[in-house]
Design a protein around this ligand. Structure first.
Ligand code: SAM
Length: 283
């Protein structure tokens, strides 16, 4: 049986869909704490009921006012034990909790993790993409111009890049990824993990976008988008066909213009084409 100590904040992960993924220690801690701070008390009430947990629920999210935060700190200082949960998965991972954990640690009080499900880790673990280094970017901006700027910043990221995405923006996001990163970049789209319609699609961004457009079911549910890191050896991208195109263009236009035109008709970045032309093109 798990021990629950007074004055401790427990950060407890809950399932991302399949209730069978609730870890036994999470159930024990939630059963024993004095108070459970939840992102959405109505949503969490169902989960708690399922596991026969009847601790007192209070609402907490990062926009909660200072009074609410102070109240939780006060309870901890007075020796109560508190568990923080979010609607699904690990709190603080694109979920509330950062301000609370920060404030509790600032007071010199203990914060104890009860690990469990996390959508980005579940997706990465089955993606087949390099997992020794990765960058989690949370949700992309909702507006296309801001989204494209955010994508622009990761174009040359060599690590696997992971995003969360919602059903009403998945198509637009994939379209922007296609434009900014190039349709040829390899990606994995993990949908509805641990649930009935769990699907993991993989291929070029072009291919995945086509599959999602062709079947509206693939636009439903919750998504983790994983993008293969940029291959730092640009020569690999410059296939014989691309070289041929560059050589033809270079007969008529300067290097800069040839690189810009070729970048528009291939998935290769302008700066890589420029570099290739400087180093290799037939004079
Ligand atoms: N804290 C959560 C975690 O640990 O993964 C994430 C919370 S965030 C508000 C919700 C987003 O996580 C969804 O929009 C989706 O991108 C992703 N997500 C959550 N559950 C998922 C699932 N079962 N399958 C795929 N993605 C999921």
């Amino acid at each position: 049986m798990a021990d629950v100590n007074s004055g401790v904040l427990y950060v407890v992960a809950t399932p991302i869909g399949n209730l069978g993924d609730m870890v036994p220690r999470a159930v024990e801690v939630l059963q024993m704490v004095d108070v459970i701070a939840a992102e959405d008390t109505r949503h969490s009430a169902k989960l708690l009921q399922h596991f026969g947990i009847s601790a007192k629920l209070v609402a907490y999210h990062d926009h909660s006012n200072q009074q609410r935060l102070d109240k939780i700190l006060e309870l901890l200082v007075s020796g109560q034990s508190i568990a923080l949960i979010s609607d699904a998965g690990t709190p603080l991972i694109s979920d509330p909790g950062y301000h609370l954990v920060n404030a509790v640690r600032d007071k010199g009080l203990s914060v104890v993790p009860i690990p469990g499900a996390c959508a980005l880790i579940a997706a990465l673990s089955v993606s087949g993409l390099p997992s020794n280094q990765f960058a989690f970017e949370g949700f992309l901006p909702a507006k296309s111009s801001a989204r494209r700027s955010a994508l622009d910043l990761i174009t040359n990221e060599h690590r696997t890049v992971i995003f969360y995405e919602s059903p009403h923006r998945i198509v637009e996001s994939l379209q922007d990824m296609c434009k900014v990163l190039g349709g040829g970049r390899y990606m994995v789209l993990a949908r509805e993990l641990t649930k009935t319609y769990e699907t993991v699609l993989s291929g070029s961004i072009d291919d995945v976008l086509s599959a999602v457009l062709a079947d509206t079911n693939q636009q439903r549910g919750e998504f983790v988008v994983l993008i293969k890191g940029y291959d730092k050896t640009p020569q690999n991208d410059i296939t014989p066909e691309v070289q041929k195109l560059m050589n033809v263009l270079l007969e008529y236009v300067p290097v800069k213009v040839a690189s810009a035109i070729a970048a528009k008709v291939t998935d290769v970045k302008k700066r890589d084409l420029y570099q290739w032309a400087i180093e290799n093109a037939k004079s």
